[in-house]
Structure formats: structure tokens, C-alpha cells
Ligand binder design. Structure first.
Ligand code: COS
Length: 388
């Protein structure tokens, strides 16, 4: 159920204020310490950010995709590490259970994911399995009332904080591809589950990523998401359809912020006796950034609207993710250029946001994977139209 217009406006105003008053002023502190302050996390819990997408019956805000996109445009203005703190609970860390979980799994986990008491992580990627997600090597062997998981998951966002992992593992070794993969809700702290060391990343300091290692880790059989084997890959794809739209919204919000930074610098900085904003070669950079950001916003809202109407938005989500993540990369790069030497210096946000933005083209499916998803659907459509 969409929010009424007044409540929606109040929510967006509160988030914009939170971003301006609480998040942006603390970007340097978070980046320097590579840690998210607990008082900020507590504010996020109180604002309901961990439960944006979880149904109200489980304690979440139950936002539509369009509303979630509007919220993420606003949050996306702050350095991406802030969004990352709660976003796995909104997307990839909760949606496997929210979309395909049994009623018992939903009742058990969604309320604590919605409140932020529990952090959810999505464990798909492996050392040898990235884009080829159907080739998962982690195994889940049925043994009585349990499954025994063995394998390593790599670059798992929020894993150091997670209390719950959505783990894709192969239950049927006879089936090599996607059909042999199942999804499990695995609680942290089980014997046989351990974490690797936190990775040192190019950007997004304050958001943490590490390996999750399963060494004969026994999980109860009712941890199988949806209670059906062989559905895990499809669960992961459904989760990623939504996640990619969310990421596209985050890219758009960040681009809007970067444009504001770029313009503030350009009207203040003087060269040749004039504000550099007056030079037409720079004006081309401003205008391209503005038009591309507006295009991304429109693409995200259109796909979100269609998802809310029940349409399959797999292709639209890939288009939005591909376009918006590439776009924010260009905008972040132009911002460094407009800042000149200052754009290369740590004390200015331009340098940090340039590094932060780079990840968007990679996670939740690289640009090249989005291209293959889009092209595959186009070819299938053309073949069907041609009767081939
Ligand atoms: N929603 C529901 N089902 C989907 C789906 C979707 N979006 N996409 C694919 N499926 C289904 C297919 O319909 C197919 O079902 P059937 O076997 O019943 O026909 C099954 O899943 C396998 O699909 P497909 O053959 O297209 O799988 P591929 O192995 O070719 O993989 C890609 C497709 C490459 C698109 C997929 O592996 C992918 O998205 N990779 C990137 C993973 C990723 O984003 N990793 C980032 C880390 S996670 S943060």
C-alpha cells in the first residue's frame, strides 16, 4: 500500500534533513576511521531505515519500490558507506526470505531485520564464482534433519556485522548449473562458520566486506528458504532484480549530490579573473551531468513504477543499474576534473566520492552482466517476433 502523500513527504523531508545534518558532516570521520558510528546506526534504526522494504506486518515500513527509490535518491546523497550499513537489510539480505521464505522463516527473521536488531548479508559470490552465479561450488549435503555446508563465500557486504546470511549452496551435485542451487537462511555463530579478515577496499570506507567460510557447518533443514531445493538461483535473481533498481537509485542520488558539490566549487573558484563556472568547456561537463542524472532518475522511477504494478522488470532493472552506475562514474570523474588539482587531494570530497562511486559498476552484477541480460532478452523477443 503506498503511503499517503503527506506521510510520504514527511518521510522524505526527515531523510533529507538526516542526510544534511547528520550524515554528510560525518563523512570524513567515517572514511578516516573506516567505521560506522553507533549513534548513526541507532538513528537509522529509529528512522526505520533497516525496514524500508519489509512489510508492516513484520515491523517494516513496507514501502513500494517507487517510494523506496525516492528514499534512496535522498540517502544516496551521502557517502555510499552510510547506505550500505542498512541497505543489505532492505535488499539482498532480507528479500530472499521476504520473497520466497516460508511463513515461519518470515516470522522468525523479518521483524529483527526490519528493526535493525539483526543485520542480513547475501552470500552468493565465491572465489571461483562471480558473474557466473549458477556455478556455485559451496555444497549443502542433506544429513538427517540438517544440511552440512562447505565452501567459501567472497566479498560479502556487511558480513562482519551480520547475524544472518542468505547462502546459495549446491544441494544437488548432479546438476551442475543453476537448477542444483538452493538458498539457506544461516545464522551467524554456528560451529563451522567463520569469517575472513575485513578487506581493504578502494573506497566506501565504513562499509565492510569479508569472506564467509563454511567448514562442515551444520544448519537445520528448515533453514532451506522456501522449503524447496533447487530454487536458490531463482531466489537470488529475484532478489537482484530488486537490488539492481535500488543500486540505480543510489547512483542517481549520489550523482545529484556530486553535481551540487561541482557547481558550488565552480561558482566559487576563480581563474583568469572569473568564476570557472563561466568557462564554456566546463559548462559542457555540467550540462552532460545534469541531463544524464535526470535520465537515470526517470529510468529508475519508470522501472520502479512498473515493478509496483506487478510487471517483470528484470530487463528494466538491468538497464537502470547499467546506465545509472556508469553515469555516476562519469559525473564523479567530471567533478574531479572541475576541481582540478583539488580534486586529487584527500581533503576534498571529490576524490573520495570518485573512489566510492567505482563500486557501483561492479557489485550486484557488473555492467557487462547487465548488458548480457538486456541483450539476451532482446534477442529472445526478436526471435519470437520472427517465429524462430
Ligand atoms: N527472475 C527469476 N528467474 C530468473 C531470473 C530472474 N531475474 N533470471 C533467470 N531466472 C531463471 C531462468 O528463467 C532459468 O530458469 P529455468 O531453468 O527454469 O529456465 C534459470 O533462472 C537460469 O537462468 P539463466 O539460464 O538465464 O542463467 P545463467 O546461468 O545464464 O545466468 C546471469 C544468468 C549471468 C544473468 C546470472 O548468473 C547473473 O545475474 N549473474 C551475475 C550475478 C551477480 O549479480 N553477482 C553479483 C554478486 S551478488 S551482490
Amino acid at each position: 500500500m503506498p503511503l499517503d502523500p503527506e506521510t510520504r513527504q514527511q518521510l522524505l523531508d526527515a531523510i533529507r534533513q538526516f542526510v544534511d545534518d547528520r550524515l554528510i558532516p560525518r563523512e570524513s570521520e567515517v572514511a578516516e576511521a573506516d567505521a560506522m558510528p553507533e549513534d548513526i546506526v541507532q538513528d537509522m534504526r529509529e528512522m526505520g531505515l533497516f525496514g524500508l522494504s519489509i512489510a508492516p506486518e513484520f515491523g517494516g515500513l513496507g514501502l513500494t519500490m517507487e517510494e523506496e527509490a525516492l528514499v534512496i535518491f535522498a540517502i544516496g546523497r551521502a557517502a555510499p558507506a552510510f547506505r550500505s550499513m542498512f541497505a543489505t537489510n532492505v535488499g539482498i539480505g532480507s528479500q530472499g526470505i521476504a520473497i520466497d521464505g516460508t511463513p515461519e522463516q518470515k516470522a522468525k527473521y523479518l521483524p529483527r531485520l526490519a528493526s535493525g536488531a539483526l543485520i542480513g548479508s547475501f552470500a552468493l559470490t565465491e572465489p571461483e564464482v562471480g558473474s557466473d552465479a549458477g556455478s556455485v561450488r559451496t555444497t549443502a549435503r542433506r544429513d538427517g534433519d540438517s544440511y552440512v555446508l562447505t565452501g567459501t563465500k567472497r566479498y560479502i557486504t556487511n558480513a562482519p556485522h551480520a547475524g544472518l546470511f542468505t547462502v546459495m549452496a549446491r544441494t544437488n551435485p548432479e546438476v551442475k548449473g543453476a537448477g542444483g542451487v538452493s538458498a539457506f537462511a544461516v545464522e551467524a555463530g554456528l560451529p563451522g562458520l567463520s569469517l575472513g579478515k575485513a578487506e581493504r577496499k578502494m573506497g566506501q570506507q565504513g562499509a565492510h566486506v569479508c569472506d564467509v567460510i563454511f567448514d562442515n557447518c551444520r544448519v537445520p533443514a528448515d533453514a532451506l528458504i522456501g522449503g524447496v531445493e533447487g530454487q536458490g538461483f531463482k531466489t537470488a535473481m529475484k532478489v537482484l532484480d530488486k537490488g539492481r533498481l535500488h543500486i540505480a537509485a543510489a547512483c542517481t542520488g549520489l550523482a545529484e549530490r556530486i553535481i551540487d558539490d561541482m557547481m558550488a566549487y565552480a561558482v566559487g573558484r576563480r581563474q583568469f579573473g572569473r568564476a570557472i563556472a563561466e568557462f564554456q568547456l566546463l559548462q559542457g561537463l555540467f550540462a552532460d551531468s545534469k541531463a544524464e542524472t535526470l535520465a537515470a532518475r526517470a529510468l529508475v522511477l519508470d522501472a520502479a513504477h512498473r515493478r509496483d504494478a506487478g510487471e517483470d522488470v528484470s530487463v528494466a532493472a538491468s538497464c537502470a543499474k547499467m546506465f545509472a552506475s556508469e553515469m555516476v562514474g562519469r559525473v564523479a570523474d567530471r567533478n574531479v576534473q572541475v576541481h582540478g588539482g583539488a580534486g586529487y587531494i584527500r581533503d576534498y570530497r571529490a576524490e573520495q566520492l570518485f573512489r566510492d562511486a567505482r563500486l557501483f559498476r561492479i557489485y550486484e552484477g557488473t555492467t557487462q552482466i547487465q548488458q548480457t541480460i538486456i541483450a539476451k532478452a532482446m534477442i529472445a523477443e526478436a526471435r519470437a517476433a520472427a517465429g524462430l
